[in-house]
Design a binder for this molecule. Structure first.
Ligand code: SAH
Ligand code: SF4
Length: 376
């Protein structure tokens, strides 16, 4: 059914690379505009490019490698997209509304709504966390650079979000970003291109389950991105139960790597702490967390475990969650509880793909007949 000899996408390449592939150079400037300012889907969209050049390019490349095959929308503006690649495989990206448009008393816009895109880096994941639905399907493959880049282009296009409007990217979708480090790093560079989407490192956050050696490698690349650490436990015994590769990259090695990571002095490292009922929701764990993070400019994001059929873990009680957060705050640690609605969708990364039907969605739209807050 699907083409197996897939072609590279123009979104796989930096501008510098495109300049070596396509001549003359002013055509590359035009094509770059079509890709990142007009969000071209295919060569037909590129109106001012000569037909002969387009035919030549179309023999070797495609434009956008993704097709939207499903979308779920929450009442708070969060939209979760199921995207299909050239080989027929699917993955998800999420459009999160972080702040509403603000109007003055005359109804004039004083501040535009703010959005974040949650991006996937792999189909499936090798890390195999016991609480994560993505892990249940095993690992299929890394996403290409173009498939990572195309998620942002496709979602901006679908939401009529102009190229020069600010957007944040969080690598918190399916997969472990640092397990696909080379493609991730190149995608980060492409997002940063001045003539393209111009999304600075400060607006990009890489979330990792804690591959400490790769945290060091990412740091050395000096891309200016933020990191978020999926910590989830304060002792190695529980963390190894939740995240099996903790045996190779234990808590102490992660903390050391974070301390070496180049961090913007005005910013904090985010530690994500997935709260599971009866596992890590006690005040004793909160106490240990404070000790563990002392000396780090940290911010803790508490996430309610989001249950799915077949899991043995439970969502924590609201009182326990609030008591945990209060304890951290009282002891001087910045802490937020991930807001539930949009986040129920984003925290459930993998669930649109795995389950098909999600009750949290208010609307389910089949397109083309084909068939988090506080993340930043
Ligand atoms: N692999 C990376 C990034 C993708 S996972 C990482 O683990 O950080 C993104 C976030 O979703 C992680 O913080 C993860 O802990 C969280 N997550 C996974 N399964 C979840 C679930 N069932 N409920 C709530 N959050 C979940
Ligand atoms: Fe992979 Fe992250 Fe899921 Fe763990 S939580 S299995 S690292 S996607």
């Amino acid at each position: 059914m699907f083409v197996t000899n897939t072609k590279p996408s123009l979104l796989d390449f930096t501008k510098k690379e495109l300049l070596t592939l396509i001549k003359p150079s002013f055509r590359v400037n035009q094509i770059f505009g079509w890709l990142y300012h007009q969000y071209a889907q295919d060569f037909n969209d590129m109106k001012n490019i000569p037909k002969a050049l387009k035919e030549e390019l179309a023999k070797k490349y495609i434009v956008n490698p993704l097709t939207i095959i499903n979308k779920e929308e929450s009442s708070d503006g969060t939209k979760k997209y199921l995207l299909q690649m050239q080989d027929g495989k699917t993955m998800e990206a999420v459009w999160l509304k972080m702040k509403d448009t603000q109007l003055d008393e005359n109804g004039e816009v004083v501040a535009e709504a703010k959005y974040t895109i949650c991006v996937s880096t792999q189909v499936g994941c090798k890390v195999g966390c016991s609480f994560c639905l993505t892990a249940k399907g095993g690992f299929t493959r890394d996403l290409t650079v173009g498939e990572i880049v195309a998620q942002v282009v496709t979602l901006k296009r679908h939401n009529n979000h102009k190229h020069n409007r600010k957007i944040n990217i969080v690598y918190m979708g399916m997969g472990e970003p640092l397990d696909n480090l080379n493609n991730l790093a190149k995608a980060i560079e492409i997002f940063k291109e001045d003539d393209g989407l111009c999304i600075g490192g400060k607006r990009q956050t890489v979330s990792t389950s804690g591959l400490s050696n790769k945290i060091d490698q990412l740091g050395k690349m000096d891309l200016g991105v933020h990191i978020a650490i999926s910590l989830h436990a304060v002792d190695d015994k529980l963390r190894s139960e939740l995240i099996p590769m903790n045996k190779a990259h234990n808590i102490s090695s992660i903390i050391q790597a974070v301390k070496r990571f180049p961090i913007d002095t005005r910013k904090r490292v985010m530690f994500e702490y997935l709260v599971i009922k009866g596992k890590n929701d006690d005040i004793g764990s909160a106490k240990k967390l404070i000790k563990l993070l002392s000396g780090i400019k940290a911010k803790v994001n508490l996430i309610y475990f989001n249950p799915y059929p077949g899991t043995t873990y439970d969502r924590p009680q609201k009182e326990d969650m609030v008591a945990f957060a209060d304890y951290l705050i009282k002891h001087g640690l910045l802490c937020t509880i991930r807001d539930s609605k949009g986040i129920d969708i984003s925290a459930a990364c993998g669930q649109l793909k795995e389950q098909g039907e999600l009750s949290i969605a208010q609307e389910r739209v089949h397109l083309g007949g084909k068939t988090q807050k506080d993340i930043s």
